[in-house]
Design a binder for this molecule. Structure first.
Ligand SMILES: [Zn+2]
Length: 116
């Protein structure tokens, strides 16, 4: 499995994730639709926050099941966490915030988050 590193714009939030980045999701919900977030999902155990635990501000909306963690300094939301329908802790990584990923090479799938 591959390890990718990423984080926010100013560098306070840094993390690494392990896993293949397959298709990424472009969600049309009231938040992602505005931000243009492209998402991949990994189990929480495949994600390690290297720095920035205290640097993020959390935002929740709708049913409040996803914790949107954006950097309080630069405002970039590089990841979010929440539970999958089966109860597993998952991390939604904004692949736009990964260091070594060629965004243009990714297969983008549309996700109808607006309907949830
Ligand atoms: Zn930042």
């Amino acid at each position: 499995m591959q390890t990718h590193t990423g984080g926010c714009q100013c560098g306070k939030v840094r993390y690494e994730m392990t896993g293949e980045i397959g298709d990424v999701l472009a969600c049309n919900c009231s938040r992602c639709g505005k931000l243009g977030t492209l998402l991949t999902f990994v189990p929480a155990e495949n994600f390690k926050l290297l720095s920035g635990e205290d640097a993020t501000t959390e935002y929740t909306f709708n049913k409040g099941v996803i914790h949107h963690r954006f950097c309080a300094t630069c405002g970039v939301e590089s990841f979010a966490n929440g539970k999958a329908p089966n109860g597993a802790e998952m991390i939604a990584v904004n692949v736009r915030c990964l260091d070594d990923v060629d965004i243009e090479s990714l297969n983008v799938k549309k996700f109808d988050g607006k309907s949830y």
